[in-house]
Design a protein around this ligand. Sequence first.
Ligand code: ZN
Length: 166
Amino acid sequence: MEKVTPFDTALATLNSYLLEHGMRRTLERTAILRAIYDRKVPFTAEEIRQEMENTFRVSLATVYHSIDLFLRLGLVTCHTFGSTLCYEPSIPLRDHFYQVCVHCGTVTRVESEAVTEAISQTRFRRLHVASVALCAYGTCSRCQAAITKAHNRYLREKEKAAAKKK
Ligand SMILES: [Zn+2]
C-alpha cells in the first residue's frame, strides 16, 4: 500500500471542501498547496510566489487567496515573527515550536516532545484542533551580548563623566 503523505491528506481535505461548496478545483491552488507542503521551514506568501516562478507562475494575490482558504481549512498555520506573517503546513500536529528574537528577528525551530505531550493532554473546549502554533519571544544570546556590551559602555562613560565633574 502506498504511504499517505501529509500533502495527500491536505489535498483530500481541500478537494472535499471545494466539491461541497461547488467551487472549481484549480491547478494553481493545488500547485500552491504542494509548494507549501514541500517546504521545511516557515515561509512568507512572497517567498512561495518566488519559489514557484520556475514551475507555475502565480500572482501574489492568488497566493494570498489560496493561503486564506488553507488557513480556514486548518491546512496551514500562521505565525507572526516580529511584524512578518509566516506560514507552514499544519498536518501533522506539530511537535515543535519557534523561538523568536525580538531584536534581530532570528527564528529558530525547537523540537520538543514535552510540547507535543502537553498539547495532546490538553482538553480543548468544543474545538476540533487542526493545528497549534507556539512561539517563544525573547532576546537571543548574540543580541543579549550586544545589549550587555552597550550597557557596560554606557556605565563606564557615565562614571567618566561623573569623575570629570569632581
Ligand atoms: Zn537576536
